[in-house]
Design a protein around this ligand. Structure first.
Ligand code: ATP
Ligand code: MG
Length: 545
């Protein structure tokens, strides 16, 4: 007998089970409700996009793009892809005459497949790829001419041509490079431009909910598939009142969710007029203390000195705290904008902590940046990051006049923080032993608590009656667990108990004959016989208490 496969979720990804999933639904639904009252509409985005979209917007020097994206060449699975792998696998010349024949056959087949109508639909037609295909064609034609003369088959020229063709085949892209989205702002902006949303009146306000993918080291609050709830405002205005309202919306959401101890940090990181000079100043200061910095920070002196400010390394704190602050280096416009954001927050009753070291890991941010931390999360304590990105729409080919600001909440961390604080509103216990899940026989209700009614039936006639009653109870909104097969009385009530049902409703021959059901409240075992109308009133009253 073959070994039984033991499948487990891939490292860094996980299942979210009842009753925890009920808390997730509550968090996401509350976000939809709150964002809706601020005039935001939902955008549903693709899970993958062209790699270039992320590389351009997030920036090629960032950890997200350099180390964390899941990318692949989205090529067809057909002959063409196989032939490319075959060609790439051949060693370079010199070959024996026999083997050279094999290589040549593979080259012929590859060229034929590349020109077949089905693959020419899929092979990207961007200028770079077309240039490569053109080069292949030229060399291949030359190669055809050479190989008609017998003697040439052993010549170095043939070897060189074959080697050149092999290399070109390796370079020709057979599909777009795509990536699983590591974040969604780039996609929102892509969609904004693609659908010409700049012609819509006022600011375009969008929110999204869904999974993101980053290949990071998994730990508490850090996963490879994680979830975000985010929102973006895109439009012609960069009024500080927009920044403040976006932050206010977040604070309202956290308030509604009863998230306690959330701290709002804000900063302004300047714009293209004043930031470059500050970055240079920072770089110069960092060069002076280079030897005392970690390898990561040393690398960032060249690539992105602002990110050094983000360092959590104990040994670097004293050094970083002596570096020049950005707020003394902002231009007049950025200064005014930042001051006004703070005033606008104040009239909304929001008092942020100013944090000059708050920078973001994505290149597109400018001016206002903010982050919200929550308790109970250890070192991964940021539940939300956001900021202004006025140049991004232009960078991705949209109108230069469009400004933008947005945030992304890490849903996994938000849920964790609520759980740590006991704000779970879910009381079915699901026991987890090692990696195996043990639940009581039967199913676990997704509502986060046990069923209102466990409907125990005995006998075929009672089953038909119970099916009808279950339907009417469910129509009235009650959660009903109906055994699919007949159970012994004791087992049935035992299961009702373990599922934490509030009531067992019993239908047997006696009940059928009398036109009633027996209702047993499981918390105190009190029992009574009720007709259907009485049962509904009783359950409604019970629910109200
Ligand atoms: P961090 O500094 O924690 O790596 P980040 O700056 O990379 O966060 P953003 O790109 O701003 O994060 O994403 C916004 C929010 O998404 C973060 O504040 C966090 O709550 C959440 N988040 C980011 N990466 C992960 C992850 N790998 N697992 C779980 N949540 C994440
Ligand atoms: Mg990160």
């Amino acid at each position: 007998m073959a070994d039984k496969a033991k499948f487990q979720a891939i490292k860094g990804v996980r299942d979210i089970l009842p009753p925890e999933s009920a808390l997730w639904t509550r968090v996401e639904q509350t976000a939809r409700d709150v964002f809706g009252t601020f005039g935001f509409g939902e955008i549903r985005l693709p899970i993958f996009e062209r790699t270039e979209l992320f590389a351009r917007s997030i920036g090629v020097d960032t950890d997200v793009v350099l180390k964390e994206m899941y990318s692949f060449e989205d090529k067809g699975r057909g002959e063409l892809a196989v032939l490319r792998d075959v060609l790439a696998g051949f060693n370079p010349a010199p070959h024996s005459a026999e083997f050279r024949n094999t290589v040549m056959k593979a080259l012929d087949k590859y060229w034929e497949a590349l020109n077949s109508p089905s693959s020419s639909d899929e092979v990207p037609r961007d200028p770079d790829n077309l240039k490569l295909i053109e080069a292949f064609k030229r060399n291949y034609n030359q190669f055809l001419r050479v190989r008609t003369s017998e003697s040439a088959l052993t010549s170095e020229l043939t070897d060189a041509l074959v080697w050149g063709l092999q290399s070109l085949a390796r370079l020709i892209q057979l599909g777009e490079f795509v990536s699983l989205r590591p974040e969604a702002t780039a996609s929102v902006v892509r969609a904004y431009i693609e659908h010409g949303m700049q012609t819509l009146p006022g600011n375009v306000k969008l929110y999204y909910v869904g999974p993101m993918f980053r290949r990071e080291r998994p730990q508490k609050g850090r996963y490879r598939q994680f979830y975000q709830i985010g929102a973006e405002v895109l439009g012609p205005s960069d009024a500080p009142g927009i920044d403040a309202e976006v932050i206010e919306m977040l604070m309202r959401l956290f308030e509604r969710l009863k998230l306690k101890g959330a701290v709002l940090n804000i900063n302004s990181i300047g714009d293209k007029n004043c930031r470059p000079a500050y970055v240079e100043k920072l770089r110069a200061e960092l060069q002076k203390v280079r030897d005392q910095l970690s390898a990561d920070s040393q690398r960032r002196i060249e690539t992105n000195p602002l990110r050094v400010l983000d360092s959590k390394l104990e040994s670097e704190q004293a050094i970083i705290n002596k570096l020049p602050h950005i707020d003394q280096n902002l231009c007049a416009d950025c200064r005014t904008h930042y001051d006004e954001v703070k005033r606008q927050l104040k009239i909304r009753g929001i008092l942020p902590t100013e944090n000059w070291r708050l920078v973001r890991g994505l290149d597109y941010y400018m001016r206002t940046t903010f982050e919200i931390t929550a308790p109970g999360l250890g070192s991964q304590n940021a539940v939300c990051g956001g900021g202004r990105y006025d140049g991004l729409v232009e960078l991705l080919g949209g109108p230069a006049s469009t400004k933008g600001i947005g945030f992304a909440i890490g849903t996994d961390r938000l849920v964790l923080s609520l759980q740590e604080a006991g704000e779970t509103r879910a009381d079915v216990t699901v026991r987890v032993t090692g990696s195996a899940l043990t639940v009581a026989a039967g199913s676990v209700t997704v509502s986060g608590s046990g069923p209102d009614v466990f409907l125990a039936w005995f006998g075929a006639a009672a089953q038909a009656a119970a099916v009808g009653l279950a339907r009417r109870l469910r129509d009235a909104g009650f959660v009903v667990e109906l055994p699919a097969v007949e159970m012994k009385f004791g087992k049935s009530l035992g299961l009702a108990d373990r599922l934490k049902a509030r009531h067992a409703v019993i239908v047997g021959d006696d009940e059928l004959a009398a036109g009633v059901v027996t209702v047993k409240r499981l918390s105190d075992s009190s029992q009574q016989k009720l007709n259907e109308q009485e049962l509904f009133s009783y359950l409604r009253e019970d629910r109200a208490t």
